[in-house]
Design a protein around this ligand. Sequence first.
Ligand SMILES: [Zn+2]
Length: 299
Amino acid sequence: MQDFITALSDEFENIYFIEGDRKGDYPYSHSLLIGNLLIDTGISGIRLRKVQKQFQINTVVLSHWHEDHISGNNLFPSSNFICHIKDRIPIEDIEQMFPYYKVEGTNAGEEFKALFDIIGMENTKISRFIEDNEVIDIDDSLKLKVIHTPGHTAGHCGFYEVNSKIAFFGDIDLTRFPYYATIDSNLMEYEKSIDKLKDLDAEIAVLGHRNPVYGKNNIRSELDNFKSVIFKRDERILSNLSEEKSIRPIDLKGKNLIYRRYSYENFEIISELVMIENHFEKFLKTGLITMKNNGYILS
Ligand SMILES: [Zn+2]
């Protein structure tokens, strides 16, 4: 067995955590293999080829449309691809990712294009769409339940194998950096989705960009920690608002309110602004701010 492939259960054979290259850091991500079904293809081309030598994969399920989770799709020309219908467009037409990230015609867009060439992005035809609560029968003992968890993207899904209690949380990834910066992101949905995963009876959570978390209580407290990062951002953004001076999200652009330090400045300043807009939308819906002169003041 390759050292990046780990069996997750003694009782249930054929469930493997597959570690992405560079420990699953972007532009890679981790995968879960359940029987002949693989969740996500971002582990790296080299690793995927090694997995293919060892296992027969018939179906590839995509947790969501982001490039770091689908870059290896082209290595599965005869597999069926499935995902939530709300993530269909940028998977079937990767050019659409540029407007989705709001980087069309920007330097960030150019940098993105270069990365796409390096990781070998191609369009993928989806053969079937999955829905919340649907159960995918893998074999007699493996049943994979779909948990629609929108917010990161509109069609983001988690998965839960009901017998082994092993789950895949995708990019509700329990890192220190919740991300909701594409045009189909929604912060309030994201928070609801985190709560939805808390309701699962999961014993192991496999994550997009971090090692698996073991134990029901650990998983629940890590989900709480993840959510608390969002609340800290709420506070940081609100501290820039007042009851008098009207402020727009664009006025807070490039001020490191979410990224403490910009590593890919062109891209991250755009991402940060989209996330700030998401916070404003939440503040407005929950009555914390009020519109005034094209901007917002504290209520
Ligand atoms: Zn993602």
